[in-house]
Design a protein around this ligand. Sequence first.
Ligand SMILES: [Zn+2]
Length: 255
Amino acid sequence: MRINKIILYPDDSTPEINKNQLFSFIKEKLKIKVELRDDFIETNSEKVTQVFSELRVHDLKKKFIYNPHQESDYEFEKKLNDYTKQKQNEIFYEGFKMQKKFSSFLPDNENTLSVLSIIITNKLICTFDENDYRFHARAILLGNPTIISTSGIIEGPAKPKKFYLDMMTNFSQISESEIEKKYQGEFLTYHDLRLPQILEGYIMQAISFIETGEEFCENDFCRIFNSHWQKDLIDLNVIESKLCPKHKKLFFNLD
Ligand SMILES: [Zn+2]
C-alpha cells in the first residue's frame, strides 16, 4: 500500500461513532498504522473559523461566491462552533474549498501521499452539482485530508421514497417524528448506533481512493459502492459487510 499511516481527527459531536473502535478497526483489521488526534476544528480553531465564515453557503441554488470578510460573520461562526458541538448542524459550507484550506493546515511532513489524514466533523458539507444546478450535502470528500461529515451521512443519501411521499401527503395530520418512527431502522438518524460500521465503510473508501484513484466501486455488493440511498448504505455496511474480490485483495491481500 502507498499509505503507511492514517491520522484520525474525530470531533466529539457524535460519541456513537466510537473513536476507539475506529482506531482498532484501522490498526487490527486493516493493519495500517494509525494515530488518534484531537478534533481538527478545535485544534485549528482560529484559522478554521475564518474558513467557515468565508465558505458558508447562503443559497443552495446559486453558484458559490466567497463571503467578503466581516467581523460579525467570524463572531457568528465562533459562537456556532461552541453551540453545535453536540448538536446537528443546519448550515452548509462549500466542501472542495474547505478541503483545500484544511490541506494547507496539515503539517508539511504529514501532507504526503503516504500519510492519510481523516477529519470527522458534524459540520454540513456540500458541493455544487452542475446537472441540477444546486448544492447537495456530502457524506465524504475524498483526498488528503479526507473529510467525513456525520451530518452529511444523515442528510446526503436519500431516505426511502415512501418516506418523502408520507411527509408530503400526511404532514398536516401527523408530525415529522411520527412519520420518522414509522420508518425507523430504514434510514440513519442523528446519534444512530450503526454509525461506526458506516464510518468504517467510508474510511475504506478514503483509503481505496488514494490507492487506486477510483472514487468508488462499480460492484453494488461491495462496501466501497457509491450508495445514493440510505438503505444501500445500511445493507452494505451493517447487514452484508462484504467487499468485492478487488477490494478484498487491496485491504486483506486475499483473492
Ligand atoms: Zn469493491
